[in-house]
Design a protein around this ligand. Structure first.
Ligand code: NAD
Length: 271
């Protein structure tokens, strides 16, 4: 198999259906010759993930709830039983109680704060510990090491109504990317994030007034459109391939340029 990802294999975490950001990334990786394994959360998603994995030539899928450290250990043991090493991991996971993804951040409960932080931010650290142990040692010719990619959102940087505790968790996630990049850099392991613009997915449907956010971004971003999972997939391919060999600790916006705009566009219609 030829292609940018020929000879590379890795784990995709966070595929729920064909609208998932993880699906946009997985498709681009498979097109370029990557060999993929998929972890899903619970039996209900197994039925959705298996046929999608098969579409990309993979029969390697297994359960993994990232809030359960024993489950994470089991998942990586399953991975290790079939593959000695991996070259990359996609962490496309976030979760919060949707009752707290509306209204005000000031009303966040301790339980949901801790759960959101655990699943949406700490899980990257837990995954990086286990994934980095499976990445090949860095060689003198620069081969070896690996690439870890997570997904974040602009609500980490600026207040987005209703994003609330998820914004705080994404800020922790983005800072984790920097610390993990620094810790794992000497081993040739790169850690980066894509900050994606709003896209209609299962997770996004839990965010209050998401349709308003989509319209606002479409009317006010420099490209005057929303991004797609294919846009995210293209940038994902860059981060997981050797094209980005000198890049780590980065949060890269794939948001049609929305993050550079400071005011409503003059031509933006009322929503
Ligand atoms: P999605 O619903 O398709 O994917 C979210 C995934 O998280 C699901 O597969 C779900 O099973 C998984 N998940 C949740 N809790 C888990 C747990 N405890 N253990 C294992 N997996 C768990 O939605 P998506 O929008 O593709 O989300 C993927 C990532 O992209 C998330 O981190 C999200 O915050 C981020 N993101 C999404 C958008 C957007 O607008 N959709 C924008 C920027 C960033």
């Amino acid at each position: 198999m030829s292609g940018l990802m020929a000879g590379k294999r890795g784990l995709i975490m966070g595929l729920a259906n064909d609208k998932s950001l993880a699906w946009g990334i997985a498709k681009k990786l498979a097109d370029e010759g990557a060999e993929l394994a998929f972890s899903y959360q619970g039996e209900a998603l197994k039925r959705r993930v298996e046929p999608l994995a098969a579409e990309l030539g993979s029969d390697f899928t297994f359960d993994c709830d990232v809030s359960d450290m024993a489950a994470l250990d089991r998942a990586f043991e399953t991975l290790k039983a079939r593959w000695d090493t991996i070259d990359f991991v996609v962490h496309a996971i976030g979760f919060s109680d949707k009752n707290e993804l509306r209204g005000k951040y000031v009303d966040t409960s301790l339980d949901n704060f801790l759960m959101t932080m655990n699943i949406s931010a700490y899980s990257l650290v837990a995954v990086a510990q286990r994934a980095s142990a499976m990445m090949p040692p860095l060689q003198e010719d620069g081969s070896g090491g690996g690439s870890i990619l997570t997904l974040t959102y602009y609500g980490a940087e600026k207040v987005i109504p209703h994003y609330n505790v998820m914004g705080v968790a994404k800020a922790a996630l983005e800072t984790s990317v920097k610390y993990l990049a620094n810790d794992l850099g000497p081993r040739g392991i790169r850690v980066n994030a894509i900050s994606a613009g709003p896209i209609k997915t299962l997770a996004a449907s839990g965010i209050g007034d998401f349709r308003y956010i989509l319209k606002w971004n479409e009317y006010n971003s420099p490209l005057r459109r929303n991004v797609t999972i294919e846009d995210v997939g293209g940038s994902g391919l860059y981060f997981l391939s050797d094209l980005s060999s000198g890049v780590t600790g980065e949060t890269h916006h794939v948001d049609a340029g929305y993050h550079v705009v400071g005011m409503k566009q003059e031509d933006a219609p009322d929503i």
